[in-house]
Write a protein that binds this ligand. Structure first.
Ligand SMILES: Cc1cc2nc3c(=O)[nH]c(=O)nc-3n(C[C@H](O)[C@H](O)[C@H](O)COP(=O)(O)OP(=O)(O)OC[C@H]3O[C@@H](n4cnc5c(N)ncnc54)[C@H](O)[C@@H]3O)c2cc1C
Length: 288
């Protein structure tokens, strides 16, 4: 495994005037990178390492920091011309948003080490172009990367953490397990299809990871994650932090459940990572 990025740690308890999650902005940079390594982490997850001179200055500090990855378009490249359209950034702004040929999706920064490159853990699935690209990925292929435009630094001073993810949130969940202090008690729930989809987990004390199996149900159709979070006892505002990264319906159900138990923004931050039936779901939308 590559060396993890040095990630920022926030140990100051949030006050009413101070948001629990701190944002650190970064200059927006578009990069053209090349796949240097492809590893199988499980039946459905591949670890893609990207490298290239454009990685100079890359920064990701938070466990759920993400980039926009730009993929080659659906048309075959003609006469050796590559069909990878890249974002253009001028004066710190992405200016060719929506240009023909741009094909992008969000991916978590798993690790960044200047000696190794940028590592993404990407789900293989047949439902969309990024999932299909991942299935055929091989060294030498180009990809574009935009961002991160900022790092979100969550509190790491809580006694307890409740983490919930499907395959798409699993890279961020692994980052969480890497950065949380050893004294923190962690209950993590991960929804995958079957045992062949499990990935290796870091050794941690006071940590319980429960794998939940869809068992051939369609991704994004189960209530496994909200049901599991609902079983967690003794969640106290200010002492617990909850995070989730998964299909939107599950994340919304978890958020609603936590609110119903009297927890608020001082105790959780989460957003839907994809939405069943909706290509390139915008996780900044109100629906997320
Ligand atoms: C902040 C953030 C971080 C993310 N980090 C990661 C990451 O580290 N690794 C990762 O693999 N994904 C990650 N995702 C999720 C990824 O961006 C989406 O799954 C994306 O939709 C995949 O694009 P696509 O082209 O394969 O499918 P799209 O073209 O976007 O969608 C086509 C169809 O496929 C469905 N679909 C999308 N994703 C899946 C899936 N995983 N399983 C089954 N059906 C799906 C859609 O609902 C839609 O019906 C992240 C998302 C966000 C918002």
């Amino acid at each position: 495994m590559t060396a993890p990025t040095a990630r920022a740690v926030s140990t100051t308890p949030a006050t009413a005037a101070e948001p629990a999650v701190r944002r650190i902005g970064h200059p927006l940079v578009a990069r053209r990178l090349e796949v240097t390594q492809v590893e199988e982490l499980s039946r459905s997850m591949r670890r893609i390492t990207l490298d290239g001179p454009d990685l100079a200055g890359f920064v990701a500090l938070g466990p759920a920091d993400h980039v926009k990855v730009f993929f080659p378009g659906p048309l075959p490249a003609l006469d050796g011309h590559e069909n990878l359209a890249l974002p253009v950034v001028e004066d710190g702004r992405w200016v060719n948003h929506g240009a023909p040929g741009l094909l992008h999706r969000d991916y978590t920064v798993r690790t960044f080490d200047p000696a190794v490159g940028l590592v993404l853990d990407m789900v293989v699935h047949a439902h969309g172009p990024a999932g299909r690209w991942t299935g055929q990925a091989r060294p030498g292929q180009p990809l574009g990367v935009l961002g991160p435009r900022g790092s979100m630094i969550p509190p790491t001073d809580r006694e307890r953490y409740v983490l919930a993810a499907d395959e798409t949130g699993l890279p961020a969940l692994l980052n969480w397990l890497d950065v949380l202090p050893a004294a923190a008690e962690v209950e993590a729930f991960v929804e995958v299809d079957r045992p062949a989809d499990h990935v290796a987990l870091p050794e941690r004390r006071r940590t319980q990871v429960t794998w939940l199996h869809r068992s051939a149900a369609e991704p994004g159709t189960t209530t496994l994650l909200p049901d599991a979070v609902a079983q967690v006892q003794g969640l106290e505002p200010g002492r617990v932090w909850a995070w989730a990264g998964a299909e939107t319906t599950a994340v919304r159900a978890i958020r609603q459940h936590l609110s119903g138990r009297g927890l608020g923004r001082e105790s959780f931050a989460m957003t839907g990572y994809w939405r069943r039936g909706e290509p390139n779901f915008d996780h900044h939308s109100e629906d997320a």
